[in-house]
Design a protein around this ligand. Sequence first.
Ligand code: PLP
Length: 362
Amino acid sequence: MINFTEPYYSYNQDKKNLEKAITKVLKDGSYILGKNVKLFEKNFSRYLNIKYSVAVANGTDAIHLGLKALNIGKGDEVIVPSHTAIGTVYAVEMVGAKVVFADIEKNFFTIDPESIKKKITKKTKAIICVHLYGQSCDLNEIIKISEKNKINLIEDCSQAHGAFYNNKKLGNFGILSCFSLYPTKNLGAFGDAGIISTNNKKIANKLELLRQYGWNNKRESQLIGINSRMDEIQAAVLNVKIKKLNINNNKRKKVAATYNKHLNTYNVQIPEIRNNNDHVFYLYVIRCKQRNKLKQFLKKNGVNTGIHYLKPVHKEKVYLNKKIILQETEKASKEILSLPCYPELKLKDQKKVIYLINSFFK
Ligand SMILES: *Cc1c(COP(=O)(O)O)cnc(C)c1O
């Protein structure tokens, strides 16, 4: 079976270094929030060219704690896309703020600035923009909206590690930015992990308290925090993997270029790339009317594709009674299909996927 993602291969590609790093942690005997975590925070900040990074337990917590650090909670509203990983949305629920869904742009699947404008009220305290599938939102417009209305901009970069917009890495545009480091992401651990980046020292200091019971370095609790710590083993793995992030992003781009070149675009719509933006292809998502039949056909022939996302978050049971309508989001969810796309994908396998898709429409 050819799968749409294969995190195992990232281990297989760099076995020796990864095993060495993990064994060293086991022998050193410090397992949580130790020197490997500190080093990863430093490496990550340097990679993004940003001042501070705070490692946490997963991407959902990164957003949850980011909102908490900005004092967003009950009585506040936060604008989010519905076409995203559900964690983006539930992070808002976790702080008790009201989720306000915005629609997406037809061409890029990212949150639509026009829809954001319509959803702003006096209670809007933040916009979470998700750089979906590996490329940036319409940041120029979204930054204008956030500045004009004095609303915090939070970037969810969980699918766009290392991607650029206007020659700056994503994660540099909001008051803070959140990253999931889940195993399948462009930069992924071998378990759960996440990180928050910011240029604001106060926010960084608060995040360090929030992720561990509000503790200062004397273990006196300064505020109500949670347990969202990163493991040393995951940090050690990430310190090895971050060195290969650019190389692996380039390999993903090459996979995408091969699809772009050979897929018959009469039948399927290939991903559109935004101007002044560099797409790192966390997912290669095509669009076609016969999505379900194509998916079945591929599965029957040994190719496992994905759908990101099958159900827009506003269509989940917990939001159904609100009767929200988001036209572009709902249309996209019926037509999107994620093809196999990862750095180690073999050309032979990719050619099979391309051949199958083109022959399905013959
Ligand atoms: C993966 C992902 C998350 C959730 O991250 P977890 O580490 O699974 O909690 C949030 N937002 C986006 C856009 C994601 O892709």
